[in-house]
Design a protein around this ligand. Structure first.
Ligand code: G6P
Ligand code: ZN
Length: 564
């Protein structure tokens, strides 16, 4: 029989979950009891339902995942949890965790990831709690967890419990007079089974393989050495028979091979080059924990996440899952370009604009009002689970293309011809000093909410922009009426252009400033106006933004760290 030990501890400052869980440098998590405190606080926040419950545990394979899985096992055993479902070797993609929580109706899950942030001993780690709907905990829960971390006095642990997670199978332990079960599960199976229900795999397979009348459709899928490797192999190589040469970086590495596992034009540049220089019709990349995606077409034709969302919205009927369950509303985060809004209007669907963070979509989905949503930050997903889902997004695109027979580029051109084009760019200034950034936000908020700003006009690059709305975005959840205030400064212009400035909630050091610019070109503007280089099309707006925000003065930065 194993015994529960109560260990005295002291609170740490700053264990406040951000946009997506508690994310810090590995070395912060290595401090004595730092990780234990946070795990105990997650469990304490679920005190009422903890006894006898089941939780899912898994992570993206980065440095420290295995050690923390072991701590979670021991602390859960000490707190009356009845059962844990753990991915083999501690590996589960974020979408797979969501899928498994829902499938087995567990109380929730603990996800070990810092998403797209670099891994390794000198980089980032993270812990996130997901609720019984499979989605990231809402603000009320994460605030409660944070409160508990500020006063924690002890945690409960079973130090002598030895439970390896390398092999699939069930292990049963006697802890005091209770039974505690750990089931190590195949990381991929449940998720792959679900994808086969959602999509028509044989149809995608025949697209990829080609026929007598059609050339094979060649794909290149990049897991960026993150957790999606095993998922991508099983789906694209074993199920869809795309061939080993169709996948790259499919072995999860603790430090992602030293790369930044974030699928965008900067960090996935080598995929972009391979597609550009090779004979590929389609490319996709996913981030460390598998919830983000980037889609490109032949010659590396880039699909912005905002456009990807709009195209899928317009063509959702081509996906068997939606043909079956029907299409409800659409949603996007506030900074995401409003291309999907136009599709919603045309199709007569409800449209929601929420703050940045996938957790804000959950209530709408649970209430049956939301089918498809996305964010400019390379997140796309649907109500099939409660996380965004990278592999799902690639399969959704392939389903659309298999059904329409069009190329990626023609799909986009056709979309713009019908709806017009929302040009979009985001400038990131990473790891700036926090205080001047806060000052900049304050100054800009004052400026844009001052009397006279509404209706005022600005000239830039030969264009005139007239302010039609400006505020600090605040959101009231239509379902539970909770309010999230201070979600980003936005200035909307009469011609549909928008500027947004906000501070990232996912960084692990200093402040990261995000500047988002969007300009709308109506379909009538003609082919040339719809096919411009995005950055050129946005130049006047971006210049105006730098002037309005005084960003260079406050941050001391001449240019952004990353442009997406
Ligand atoms: C994570 C969240 C997303 C969010 C993104 C950017 O990926 O899951 O929902 O859009 O971070 O957040 P940030 O606060 O850094 O802009
Ligand atoms: Zn992620």
């Amino acid at each position: 029989m194993l015994n529960v030990v109560t260990v005295n501890t002291n609170p740490y400052e700053g264990q406040k979950p951000g946009t997506s869980g508690l994310r810090k440098k590995v070395k912060v998590f290595l401090q004595k009891n730092y990780t234990e405190n946070f795990i105990q606080s997650i469990l304490d926040a679920n005190k009422e339902s903890l006894e006898g419950c089941t939780l899912v545990v898994g992570g993206d394979g980065r440095y420290l995942v295995k050690e923390v899985v072991d701590k979670i096992i021991k602390i859960c055993a000490g707190n009356g949890v009845a059962k844990l479902l753990i991915g083999q070797n501690g590996l589960l993609s974020t979408p797979a965790v969501s899928c498994i929580i829902r499938k087995y109706k567990t109380l929730g899950g603990i996800v070990l990831t810092a998403s797209h942030n670099p891994g390794g001993i000198d980089n980032d780690f993270g812990i996130k709690f997901n609720c019984s709907n499979g989605g990231p905990a809402p603000d009320a829960t994460t605030n409660h967890i944070y409160q508990l971390t500020t006063s924690i006095q002890h945690y409960k642990i079973v130090p002598d419990l030895v439970c390896p997670v390398d092999n699939i199978g069930v292990q049963t332990f006697k802890v005091g007079d209770r039974e505690f079960v750990v089931e190590v599960i195949d990381s991929v199976s449940d998720y792959v089974d679900y994808m086969k229900e959602i999509f028509d795999f044989p149809k995608i397979r025949s697209l990829l393989q080609g026929s007598e009348t059609r050339k094979p459709f060649k794909v290149l899928i990049d897991s960026m050495s993150g957790v999606t490797g095993p998922y991508v192999r099983r789906i694209f190589v074993s199920e869809l028979c795309a061939g080993e040469g169709s996948v790259r970086r499919v072995v999860p590495l603790q430090d992602f091979g030293g790369a930044h596992p974030d699928p965008n034009l900067t960090y996935a540049a080598d995929l972009v080059n391979e597609v550009k220089n090779g004979d590929y019709d389609f490319g996709a990349a996913f981030d460390g924990d598998g919830d983000r995606n980037m889609i490109i077409g032949r010659d590396a034709f880039f699909v912005t996440p905002s456009d990807s969302l709009a195209v899928l919205a317009a063509q959702l009927h081509r996906i068997p899952y939606f043909a079956r369950v029907g299409v409800r509303g659409f949603a996007r985060s506030m900074p995401t370009a409003a291309a999907v809004d136009r599709v919603a209007r045309k199709l007569g669907k409800e449209m929601f604009e929420v703050p940045t963070g996938w957790k804000y979509f959950g209530n709408l989905m649970d209430a049956g009002r939301l089918s498809l949503c996305g964010e400019e930050s390379f997140g796309t997903g649907s109500d099939h689970i409660r996380e965004k889902d990278g592999v799902w997004a690639a399969l959704a695109w392939l389903s659309v293309l298999a059904d329409s027979g069009a190329s990626v580029e023609d799909t986009l051109l056709g979309h713009w011809r019908e709806y017009g084009r929302n040009y979009f760019a985001r400038y990131d200034y990473e790891e700036c000093a926090a205080e001047p950034c806060a000052d900049m936000m304050r100054a800009l908020e004052e400026k844009i909410t001052a009397p006279g700003f509404l209706g005022s006009s600005f000239s830039s690059g030969g264009r005139t922009f007239v302010v039609s709305a400006a505020d600090n975005f605040s959101y009231m959840d239509p379902i539970d009426r909770s309010v999230a205030a201070g979600q980003g400064l936005r200035v909307v212009f009469a011609d549909g252009a928008r500027l947004v400035l906000r501070l990232s909630g996912t960084g692990s050091a200093g402040a990261t400033v995000r500047l988002y610019a969007e300009a709308y070109e109506p379909a009538e503007a003609g082919a040339e106006a719809l096919r411009r280089d995005a950055r050129q099309a946005l130049r006047p707006l971006l210049d105006l933004a730098l002037d309005l925000t005084q960003l260079q003065k406050y941050t001391g930065r001449e240019r952004p760290t990353v442009i997406t």
